[in-house]
Design a binder for this molecule. Structure first.
Ligand code: DC
Length: 510
């Protein structure tokens, strides 16, 4: 990718700042990246982890030559930082941020914005429970929403440079006004956090026989309070910076709570049910918007699962995600970078930085890695062998499992692999385990490969298939096995069309 900036200063090298640095370094978007922060050991760690190339504890030297400055600290620190940076920002410099609030940030930054410096606010929706540069990854923004909220004075070309920065790190950019941003995110992010903090504190204070009652918490409590783990400095700043919208949200929530309170107080079951039904329907309609069915298909090589998954996805108008390609892509990237497959840590880093896309095309689905079509390259036998080895590494599996969950989170997907029904989506709507006689599977694999490699020996291919089966079924983490609630289908005696028909019927009758 072409170099977009000469020198970038990342102000605050945590999860978001560190991930942006790693992504820009990996994609060659910036010549030199400097990190600024207050704690030297954290900055040293940022350099050691490859998130920035140098660091400074002095704001002036961090920003003075930068043509891109990205504010990645808690939002209420921006005003003070700007005041200190103002004399040192060079004319033409572009300033952006990753803050979760836009109106207040724009006020604070604009108050100290020198002439000739352009501020284009942005907000990548990529934060999580874990904070700090130690959790940063070059792939963090991959397929994530990234909101850009230009201000009136923004030059369209400058705005475009910021938009394309986020697109280059694989974010999905939406441009909107700061007001719209703050209203939307107070509702879908800030208020739910406030409610979770309050709920956890309330329940945490409650004791029974000297034991806090949350000891007995089940999945419902855990699900509804997961976001209470947010970083205190960051969330306090967000609430204060988006004060008006958050207060409106709290008032609205209180109104709804009071309404339910009075229905309960008055034993009004009929109305209470109406309220709950309304919420149930709202949530279900949200799920039907954002959560569509997940079909998990697992099985060994040559069982026909990939062809079936592809055809099934086409028939049911679902997305098709072939997770084997992700293990293959990790192996491919490692070999490209001359990394020894035996070096588990380095291979795991490759997995962390992996940005992979499955793009439908006229010739079937294409696998894109960093914008390049690698579909054919990934099918080579040397990649198959290496993929089987990298798939054993717990770190690689943890990272790819997380990516697969994220990719399948909104459902509407047929996901195939070895551990989809057992590990990645144990709650998938439908699970199939596709298998066939190993000799037949070897023959299928041979036919797939022989056109490109006429010297291939059938017995060798059968042997390799058995060997990969052995690796997949016997590894310690997430071995290939049938989930208890999966439907097993043996395709030894079936044509692909028949097998497909059986799958479609089993899905439609459930
Ligand atoms: O399905 P495939 O042949 O493209 O998979 C490549 C390798 O990745 C194979 O050795 C099994 C492994 N794999 C895995 O361990 N877990 C998955 N979910 C998918 C593939």
């Amino acid at each position: 990718m072409e170099v977009r900036f000469d020198r970038m200063a990342i102000i605050g090298v945590g999860l978001l700042g560190g991930s942006l640095g790693k992504a820009c370094i990996e994609k060659g978007l910036v010549k030199r990246i400097v990190g600024f922060g207050r704690t030297e050991i954290k900055l040293k760690m940022a350099v050691a982890l490859g998130a920035v190339q140098e660091y400074s504890l002095d704001l002036k030297s961090a920003v003075k030559d930068a043509d891109l400055v990205v504010l990645c600290t808690p939002v209420l620190s921006f005003g003070d930082l700007m005041e200190r940076m103002k004399p040192h920002l060079k004319p033409g410099c572009i300033l952006t941020d990753v803050g979760s609030v836009k109106g207040q940030v724009i006020k604070d930054v604009s108050a100290h914005l020198p002439d000739g410096v352009h501020f284009v606010p942005s907000h990548p929706i990529a934060g999580g429970d874990q904070t700090g540069v130690e959790h940063s990854s070059a792939g963090l923004f991959c397929n994530r929403h990234c909101i850009v909220t230009p201000v009136e004075s923004n030059d369209p070309q400058v705005q475009e440079r910021v938009v394309s920065l986020w697109e280059s790190v694989d974010g999905r950019v939406t441009v909107m006004t700061p007001e719209e941003h703050d209203r939307i995110f107070s509702g879908v992010s800030h208020l739910p956090h406030v409610a979770a903090f309050a709920l956890v504190n309330l329940i945490g204070e409650m004791k029974s026989n000297g034991v806090t009652i949350d000891t007995f918490a089940g999945q419902g409590y855990m699900d509804s309070t997961r976001i209470a783990k947010g970083d205190p400095a960051m969330w306090s700043d967000i609430c204060l910076a988006n004060r008006d919208e958050v207060l409106k949200g709290i008032d609205g929530l209180q109104m709804h709570l009071n309404q339910m309170r009075s229905l309960i107080e008055n034993n009004n079951g009929a109305e209470l049910q109406k309220e709950i039904r309304k919420a149930q329907q709202q949530r279900e309609s949200l799920e039907s918007k954002v959560h569509q069915p997940i079909v998990a298909i697992d099985g060994p090589v040559g069982s026909g699962k990939s062809t079936l998954a592809k055809e099934l996805a086409r028939r049911l108008n679902l997305r098709h995600i072939e997770t084997g390609s992700m293990y293959r892509a990790v192996a491919y990237n490692a070999l490209q970078k001359n990394i020894d497959i035996a070096e588990e840590d380095k291979v795991t880093d490759i997995a962390k930085a992996l940005c992979i896309d499955f793009v439908p095309s006229d010739n079937g689905q294409r696998v894109m890695v960093k914008g390049n079509d690698v579909t054919q390259l990934l099918r080579e036998e040397k990649i198959s062998q290496a993929a089987s080895l990298v798939a054993k590494y717990p770190g690689v599996r943890a990272v790819l499992t997380e990516k697969q969950r994220e990719m399948g989170r909104t459902g509407n997907v047929v996901m195939e692999g070895r551990d989809i029904g057992t590990v990645v989506f144990p709650d998938a709507d439908k699970k199939f385990f596709i298998d066939a006689d190993p000799v037949l599977r070897g023959k299928r694999r041979y036919e797939e490969l022989v056109t490109k490699d006429p010297g291939l020996d059938l017995e060798d291919v059968i042997h390799q298939v058995r060997q990969r089966d052995h690796e997949d079924r016997n590894r310690e983490v997430a071995p290939l096995k049938q989930a208890e609630d999966a439907i097993a289908i043996d395709t030894t005696q079936l044509t692909i069309q028949d097998a497909l028909e059986i799958l479609v019927r089993l899905i439609q009758t459930s």
